[in-house]
Design a protein around this ligand. Sequence first.
Ligand SMILES: C[S@@+](CC[C@H](N)C(=O)[O-])C[C@H]1O[C@@H](n2cnc3c(N)ncnc32)[C@H](O)[C@@H]1O
Length: 411
Amino acid sequence: MKIDHALLTTLRKYLDEMMYSLMDFRLSSHLEMSLLGFPTIQSLRRAVQQLDAPHNVLFRLFRIGESVDDAAVRSALPASVFEALVQLELLIPGKTSEWRTPSLLIVPAEGLYLLVSIPPIYSTSTRLCHTGFEVSSSIMTRALPVSCSGLRVLDIGSGSGLHALLCARRGADSVVGLERNKEAVSIASANAILNGLDGKVEFRQSDKLAALAESERFNFVLCNTPSSPMISGEPSSLEEIGNAVLFDLLEKLPAYLQPRASGLLAAWRCFGFQSHTYQLEAVASQLAKEGFSTTAYVDRAPNTVESILRVLQTEIERRRRSYRADTDAIMKRVREQLRQPGKPVDGAYNQLIFIERGQNEARGQIRIYPLVAATNGHAPHAKQSPAAETTNHFWIRPPLGGVAPIQTRIQ
Ligand SMILES: C[S@@+](CC[C@H](N)C(=O)[O-])C[C@H]1O[C@@H](n2cnc3c(N)ncnc32)[C@H](O)[C@@H]1O
């Protein structure tokens, strides 16, 4: 798509006029939710059929991702909006006198308009998707501070820009989003303009922290880690298997963070035992050296150990297509790690890790809470009033209530 301030502003005004978010909210009361917390496409189609013609066309194009015939599009959209969408390349010609989007939806999320890819989940080793929108995005959203006033935010792996933009909307002084995927950087930049937040948020193409200047400092960091790669080299310990991007940037990250910085780091699908994972231990101990305390919100991942190993094998094979022997050797080593005496593994866990610098009494401790505690507005790290009952219906709604820690470990 093209980035053009005036054209994106025309689109925003039209979405406002059409009360796109409100209409989406109303539709939601008719929708069946899938187990992932997203509406099923069938129920969305049924609900959209009941809308008046302009909303029907708008929602078919940008909420469901259908092709719509030329005559219907031209009679539904004002000429200036149609022209803007074509020039932005958000409407492209379909097969036979039809229009469709370049696989981009507009999803209202927490008061933002968000351009996201179809399917709205992130790239894996088998599927390409530039800007996703999935359960992990939703979990992170719910754990964000209600007020970001005074924060200089760094969002690593910013994807659609959802969290960077939410922090800006919630009063952050400035936000930098780093993202490796060029297409995602451009979509996130469009999302910034679409939401009138481009003055505060900057998205840069970057492999991990590479695009930061040495002098840059932040006091709030976010990182919703990609599920691939799971390893960066040839892992010699269980700690190195899980979220390679996060693991690899831990050493350099503290230098960019201020003395009283905090942040939320996601580490999905890590091997562990009884709600405690080896990668979490490594993250906490690395960051403790730099003065951070760690609180982890943990839930069992639905994956089996074997299914994770299959994903890992695919990842290694893709990386080293011509070195079959290496794949076997690495997998053998990983399996040996999983059988080590003294390092029991009873499955994999998803974790949202809250880090905070300058809390000396808690330094070296890992407090572990159920993941739901991070997202229901009663998280021990949430210093503000709960964000749980926000206006957006699109997200999963976890139950309310205070939650006690599962365990506290001393490093
Ligand atoms: C799980 S997605 C999270 C996106 C967004 N923060 C969210 O929660 O919706 C992970 C993102 O990290 C990006 N990414 C992967 N490897 C990266 C790297 N080495 N440096 C920067 N970004 C990376 C991916 O392109 C993807 O957009």
